[in-house]
Design a protein around this ligand. Structure first.
Ligand code: GUN
Length: 294
């Protein structure tokens, strides 16, 4: 059994990105610039956003953070997006989700210029991903693909079972893994909350991707010997032994599942760090206009 070290791979990719940025600067180019919009003070969103700002520094990017209180109006957000869309110094930007309930999230996502949508949430990027065209891939599926590639994990002809059908993980990772590419060429099954007897499917998985957000859901009896297990779960559970009062918990019962696997991602330190690095990768693609010209 090999533990997939997302922390190490993400550090390596950040170094590669930083080296690219130095080349751009040495050639007289502009430093890539990622902007982020953060509404309110949700603990998870605050911590994601500060990790993204830190990753920008490590990659040599410029970053800027625009903050609003919970009572921001949808129009104020749309006006901010319009400014960012037209700001020629900003290569890409994200609006951290979730947004307060009085704001229509989909309207906000669709207001972002798809050419600056480094989160890959705009329907143009989602649609292009699903038909295999160059696009900004949403960060978590893109990070999983990078891990499979860097660890040389064979995917062709394998049965991949995805648990979870979210727009930002389950659906796009299913699309990517069924595409005629490497990694890819899998036979994909997607299970979700209305699937009866999920274990009947997961036991057939050569590659199992757990992205449902239920801590410890995947138990040892649900996994085939030698499977590759990718844990996308990042639920905060109470832990009074920690200073913060919580710890991150994956969707997989790691201690019991790991001995059965050929490869497994830990939580934390597996998929999580790759999600941030995928955003950095998309920002570099945006800054160098490798997908769309502006
Ligand atoms: N909230 C949880 N994950 C994400 C993400 O990848 N991007 C944004 N914008 N918000 C999130």
């Amino acid at each position: 059994m090999q533990i997939i070290d997302g922390k190490q791979i993400s550090a390596q990719i950040k170094q590669e990105i930083a080296a690219e940025v130095e080349k751009i600067i040495a050639a007289g180019g502009k430093r890539p610039h990622l902007a982020g919009v953060l509404v309110g003070h949700d603990g998870g969103s605050e911590s994601y956003m500060s990790s993204k700002v830190k990753a920008c520094e490590q990659c040599g990017f410029k970053s800027s953070l625009i903050r609003f209180e919970e009572d921001v109006t949808e129009q104020q957000l749309l006006d901010t997006i319009d400014k960012l869309n037209h700001d020629s110094d900003v290569d890409g930007f994200i609006v951290q989700l979730p947004l307060p309930r009085h704001i229509n999230e989909q309207r906000v996502i669709e207001a972002i210029d798809y050419r600056k949508d480094v989160d890959g949430f705009h329907p143009i990027n989602v649609g292009r991903l699903s038909i295999g065209l160059p696009c900004f891939r949403s960060a978590t599926p893109s990070g999983i693909m990078m891990l499979l590639e860097r660890y040389g994990i064979e995917t062709r002809g394998k049965h991949c079972v995805v648990i979870g059908r979210s727009n930002i993980v389950g659906k796009p990772i299913a699309s990517l893994l069924m595409q005629k590419s490497t990694p890819g060429n899998c036979t994909v099954t997607v299970c979700h909350s209305a699937t009866p007897n999920i274990a009947d499917y997961t036991r057939q998985a050569d590659i199992l991707i757990a992205a449902l957000g239920k801590p410890g859901f995947v138990t040892a009896d649900m996994v085939k010997d030698g499977a590759v297990v990718i844990d996308v779960g990042t639920t905060r559970v109470q832990d009074d032994t920690r200073k913060s009062g919580w710890r991150l918990c994956g969707d997989v019962d790691f201690d019991h599942v790991a001995p059965r696997c050929s490869f497994i991602t830990p939580v934390p330190g597996g998929v999580g760090p790759m999600t941030i690095v995928s955003l950095m990768h998309n920002t570099l693609l945006a800054a160098t206009r490798q997908i769309y010209s502006l």
